[in-house]
Design a protein around this ligand. Structure first.
Ligand code: HEM
Ligand code: HEM
Length: 187
């Protein structure tokens, strides 16, 4: 009978980064769903502006803070090297995708905050037991720019996340080389 050698153990991401990866993934899915849903609700529905908008802003700021913590921990950690079974272009593409995912996870909430700040009819951003101040002067033209950027970059992030998930599933279920199963490193 053929013997299969499994490479379990040493090349996992550290626990803190694994926990943060999944917490942040959950938050980003929630934010994408909430953003998509809330802008399509009727303005007459009181929950739209009383609950959806403030909650979206609150959890958006939380997502931003989580990514900052994640990047700080990451910068002090030795990360597992890319599996040897991957082609060079695959290693380069996945590194570039991770870089872009981090960049968008930072820039999208910043654009949301800037949009909220410049909008003449909004007043600060609720954040759990406190209220964060507006950081930019009110200006409806700038609001429109930030609104466009927030929307476009949020859906670019969604596209990238879909590709990211497809990549992880491909390496787990379609690659013959078991060392390429990167999902195991993140579980
Ligand atoms: C990772 C974090 C975030 C994600 C993924 C995200 C995603 C989205 C998405 C997909 C939409 C719907 C866009 C559309 O279809 O028009 C949206 C709308 C919105 N977001 Fe975010 N968002 C995030 C963080 C934030 C933050 C931090 C704020 C403000 C502090 C914010 C404020 C808003 C506002 C005010 C809208 C409604 C825009 C409108 O009425 O046209 N978002 N967001
Ligand atoms: C909003 C959702 C997600 C975002 C923004 C995201 C982002 C990221 C980022 C930035 C990394 C690089 C980690 C680092 O080197 O510090 C990463 C790694 C990883 N992610 Fe995600 N991720 C998301 C969801 C998922 C999901 C749903 C899966 C599973 C199907 C997944 C599977 C993985 C795997 C396997 C790795 C490790 C790749 C490797 O070892 O080279 N991610 N993710």
């Amino acid at each position: 009978m053929e013997e299969r050698v499994e490479h379990f153990g040493t090349d996992k991401y550290p626990l803190a980064l694994r926990l943060l990866h999944w917490a942040r993934a959950l938050l980003i899915f929630g934010q994408l769903w909430m953003g998509w849903t809330m802008v399509r609700l009727s303005d007459d529905l009181p929950a739209k502006f009383d609950w959806y908008y403030p909650t979206h802003k609150e959890f958006g700021v939380l997502t931003f803070l989580l990514v900052v913590v994640q990047l700080a921990i990451r910068s002090r950690t030795t990360l597992p090297a890319s599996p040897d079974g991957l082609a060079n272009w695959e290693k380069k593409c996945s590194k570039a995708a991770h870089y872009l995912l981090y960049s968008l996870a930072i820039v999208v909430p910043l654009m949301g905050y800037s949009m909220s700040s410049t909008y003449t009819q909004s007043d600060g951003v609720p954040f759990f037991f406190t209220h964060l101040p507006e950081l930019l002067p009110k200006n409806d033209n700038w609001f429109k720019v930030f609104q466009w950027l927030h929307k476009t970059l949020a859906y670019t992030l969604l596209l990238l996340v879909v590709l990211h998930i497809l990549g992880a599933l491909k390496h787990r279920f379609l690659d013959a080389d078991r060392r390429n199963d990167v999902l195991r490193r993140m579980l």
